[in-house]
Design a protein around this ligand. Structure first.
Ligand code: IPM
Ligand code: MN
Length: 376
C-alpha cells in the first residue's frame, strides 16, 4: 500500500531522532514488497514560531489532514515560554484530529537494564491506554487578582452557578482549572482499551483514577467503565487508585496487561512506565483516532541540553515508527522493525549512553536499518 507520512521533526533532539526513525521506515519500505511510504516534512516548532509567530496555521492543518499519519519528533524550546509550543502544536494536533487514545506500550526488551530489582522482560509487558482529549487538558480555567470586593463576589457566584464551585475569592489571587470527562469521551477510549485487550490476547483491564477524591469526573468514568466492561465478559476488570498504581507498577509490573486511564494521570504514570521499560529512550507512543489522522512520537521531550550532539537514543522514535506502521495496517513491516530493534538491543554492541554504550544517535539508526535488511 501507498501511505503519505507527515514528518514534524520539531525541537531539540527531535530532528536527530526523527531522522533515524525515517531512515528505518525508508529501509523497511525498500525491503517490503508493495509498501510505499512518501514523506512530507512540516516545519512546525520553535524555530518556525520564532521566525513567523506561527504555531500550526489553518492551512497546515488542512495539509496534515490529507496525510495517512503524522510522525513527530519532540516539541519544546528554552527560547519560547513553557507551554506555548506544547499547547500550540502538540496538544493542538491531538485535539484537532481528535486523537482520543494515547497508546503507550510498556515493554521491557531483553538485554535492556531495568531499574526494578529482580524484574525482566517477562515481568514488564503491558499497554497503557491514556485518554488524550479531556480531563485537566481541556484548558478551562483562569486567575483573578486585585479586583474589588464587589467584583470578587460576582465571580464567586459565577463559579458557583457555572461549575458548582464555592471558591473563597476574598484573597489577593486565586487560580483554578477544571477537569472535564464526558460520557462519550470516556466510552470511546475505554472501549478501545477492551478491544485492544481482545486483539492482543490480554486478560485483564485495569481502570485507574482517583474517584475517592475527584468524585464528579471519575465517578462518571467508573460508571462508563462498568457499563462497557459488561460487553467483554471474558476480560477481568478492576479499579485502582492512581497513587496505588504508582506503587504497584514498581512492585508488581507483571500484574498489568491493559491499563486505561484519564489524561492527566496517564501522563504521569507513563513516565513511570517508561523508566521501568528501560528509560525514556525506549518509550514510544501513538496519538490515535481510529478513524482519522493519527500521530506517533517518542514520549520523551525535546531534551534541549542533548540537542545537536548526536547523543540521544532514537529507539523510542524508531519504535513509534513501528506503531505507525501497525496503525496503517502494515503489520509485517511493523514486526520487522520490532525484530530489528530487539536484535540490536540483544547484541548490545550499538547503544547510546543511556543504555551504557558510546554509540551516537545515527549509529543506532544505522544498526537498526542494517538489521531490518538482514532480517527481511
Ligand atoms: C506527553 C507530554 C505532553 C503531555 C506535554 C509536552 C504537553 O508530557 O506527551 O506525555 O502532557 O501530554
Ligand atoms: Mn508526559
Amino acid at each position: 500500500m501507498k501511505h503519505k507520512v507527515a514528518v514534524i521533526p520539531g525541537d531539540g533532539i527531535g530532528p536527530e531522532v526523527i531522522r533515524e526513525g525515517v531512515k528505518v521506515l525508508r529501509t523497511v519500505a525498500e525491503v517490503t514488497p508493495g509498501l510505499e511510504l512518501k514523506f512530507v516534512e512540516f516545519p512546525y516548532g520553535a524555530e518556525h514560531y520564532l521566525n513567523t509567530k506561527e504555531l500550526v496555521p489553518e492551512d497546515g492543518l488542512k495539509e496534515l489532514s490529507k496525510m495517512s499519519a503524522i510522525y513527530l519528533g519532540a516539541l519544546g524550546d528554552p527560547r519560547v515560554p513553557t507551554g506555548v509550543l506544547e499547547q500550540g502544536i502538540l496538544l493542538k494536533l491531538r485535539f484537532y484530529f481528535e486523537q482520543y487514545v494515547n497508546l503507550r506500550p510498556v515493554k521491557l526488551y531483553p538485554g535492556v537494564p531495568c531499574p526494578l530489582v529482580g524484574k525482566g522482560p517477562e515481568h514488564v509487558n503491558f499497554y497503557v491506554v491514556r485518554e488524550n482529549t479531556e480531563d485537566f487538558y481541556v484548558a478551562i480555567g483562569g486567575r483573578a487578582r486585585g479586583k474589588s470586593r464587589a467584583e470578587l463576589e460576582v465571580m464567586r457566584s459565577i463559579y458557583r452557578a457555572k461549575f458548582g464551585l464555592d471558591i473563597e475569592v476574598d484573597q489577593d489571587e486565586i487560580a483554578y482549572q477544571i477537569g472535564v470527562i464526558s460520557r462519550k469521551g470516556a466510552e470511546r477510549v475505554i472501549r478501545y482499551a477492551f478491544e485492544l485487550a481482545r486483539k492482543k490476547g490480554k486478560k485483564r483491564v485495569t481502570s485507574v483514577d482517583k474517584a475517592n477524591v475527584l468524585t464528579h469526573v471519575y465517578g462518571l468514568w467508573r460508571e462508563v467503565f462498568e457499563q462497557v466492561a459488561k460487553e467483554y465478559p471474558e476480560i477481568e476488570t478492576e479499579f485502582s487508585f492512581v497513587d496505588a498504581v504508582a506503587m504497584w507498577f514498581v512492585k508488581n509490573p507483571e500484574w498489568y496487561q491493559v491499563v486505561v486511564v484519564p489524561n492527566m494521570f496517564g501522563d504521569i504514570i507513563t513516565d513511570l512506565g517508561a523508566i521501568i521499560q528501560g528509560g525514556m529512550g525506549l518509550a514510544p507512543g501513538g496519538n490515535i483516532n481510529p478513524e482519522w489522522v493519527s500521530m506517533f512520537e517518542p514520549i520523551h521531550g525535546s531534551a534541549p541540553k542533548h540537542a545537536g550532539k548526536n547523543r540521544a537514543n532514537p529507539l523510542a522514535t524508531i519504535l513509534a515508527g513501528q506503531m505507525l506502521l501497525e496503525h496503517l495496517g502494515e503489520q509485517k513491516a511493523a514486526d520487522l522493525v520490532e525484530r530489528a530493534v530487539i536484535e540490536v538491543l540483544r547484541e548490545g554492541k550499538v547503544r547510546t549512553y543511556d543504555l551504557g554504550g558510546e554509540a551516537g544517535t545515527s549509529d543506532v539508526g544505522d544498526a537498526v536499518a542494517a538489521k531490518v535488511k538482514e532480517l527481511s
